[in-house]
Design a protein around this ligand. Sequence first.
Ligand code: ATP
Ligand code: MG
Length: 543
Amino acid sequence: MNFIEQIIEEDIRQGKNDAKVHTRFPPEPNGYLHIGHAKSICLNFGIAKKYNGKCNLRFDDTNPVKEDTEYVDSIKEDIQWLGFQWAAEFYASDYFDQLYLWAEQLISEGLAYVDDQTQEEISKGRGVPTASGIESPYRNRSVEENMDLFRRMRAGEFPDGSRVLRAKIDMASPNMHFRDPIMYRILHASHHRTGDKWCIYPMYDFAHGQSDSIEGITHSICTLEFEVHRPLYDWFCEALRIHHPQQIEFARLNMTNTIMSKRKMLQLVKEHHVNGWDDPRMPTICGLRRRGYTPEAIRNFAETVGVAKRDNIIDVSLLEFCAREHLNKVATRTMAVLDPVKLIIDNYPDDLVEEMDAVNNPEDPEAGTRKVPFAKELWIERADFRENADKKFYRLSIDREVRLKYAYIIKCTHIVKDEAGNITEIHCTYDPNTRSGMPDSNRKVKATIHWASVKHAKKAEVRIFDRLFAVPDPDNCEEGKTFIDNLNPDSLKIQEGWVEPELTLEKVMKIKYFQFERLGYFYADPDSTEEKLVFNKTVSLKQ
Ligand code: ATP
Ligand code: MG
């Protein structure tokens, strides 16, 4: 049980909030969700589920300039894909009327004022935490004047940046957020939901807690950077005399070799360092999905990482471990040769084609078997043959034997090279008695390799990824450089390979998750066509 669950269980025991639990996930629709958000989603929806409560989805859409419905749609898709369903879908912008009334209420009680200072003057006046700030010359305006000015702000009489509404709290507070925080600013911008209805918009601090309150949220879970905002969250709830949810902070997820900021991800997309938000190298949920991560793997990762009170950095290999663990259970096995060299079985009949029985998933008996055509000429991996093999190399070499998976034991006899010295053909003989069901089928050899029939195999494009950032901490860079300079120039490699002929477009799109035997886990990319299947490498089989 994590510390948040401890707090919640204690609240339930004491009958707080009628012993009910109501959480929310509050993304700003200004970008696609990343693995850090997945952590927050699993936490908020997970807690609601565990305690028979509810979890809302609330779009924190108070900044019209950066927000868009494209992001709203992608966020909903990603949450559902992760396996969660919200109790209700809300928007902070649904509450603009109520928030406005609350602002007037605070003005009428002498707790808010219109400030004509520039943004610069306001920051300067706030000062530094170790000394008192300076009060604005407009701080002691009358209630009537404040009300009049605020209404005219709303009516659109003033240009952007000319005035703000501030809460009148304490310019000497050691907590900078208490030094008369801004509640409303003027912004003549169209909002993706409210259109041109408003030209003043509430700030995060004047919207978030109140939105929680309106929805009857009991536990408002957020990341540590909001800890310093909590006194203000509490202050607004108390000053407005409204339902007061409890804000609880946890450490945000940080991961090695990864950036986790929508702003930076947007830059990667805009400057074409990646092929869109769902590029399989991206830490976005849609990128991970396209890479071949399963929702189960991501949920399991979030669970394994746990909930911390202090910032830490998780190694990206933990995410990969979680992917392997789940894919091993669900991925359909298939044979693919990605760096092919031709193997010719000289004593195999020229026109014979045999159908070999192959197991679809040894971890799941219900997955059944399939037939793979076998013939005289096969593709095998170039790396499975070595001309000058030492004792530690167990695979194919001249005069040595290996088993061809689901088929025969073969013995290499000789090789053919081109003028440049590259191997073009590997010749061998096979032992007909070693196929499964035959007398020598149990004969042991040191290695088994996979293959694809030259005559039957299907061509496929395979995208192999390396880390998008070559360094553990991409944000840590020398002066004059940015995280962009830490991009790994070799993070994408495109290969052509051969896959089993039974893999049709329809089939791979249905199966989606594959294990290419001995090579790794692969995901059927939506770029696949009837003519050319495309696979993304998710992870290798072992670390
Ligand atoms: P970014 O800096 O990437 O834009 P954000 O925190 O501004 O992230 P929001 O849309 O405001 O993004 O986040 C929605 C919710 O997800 C918030 O409750 C936030 O605390 C949480 N969240 C964001 N990033 C992480 C993270 N790395 N780990 C855990 N939770 C996160
Ligand atoms: Mg944010």
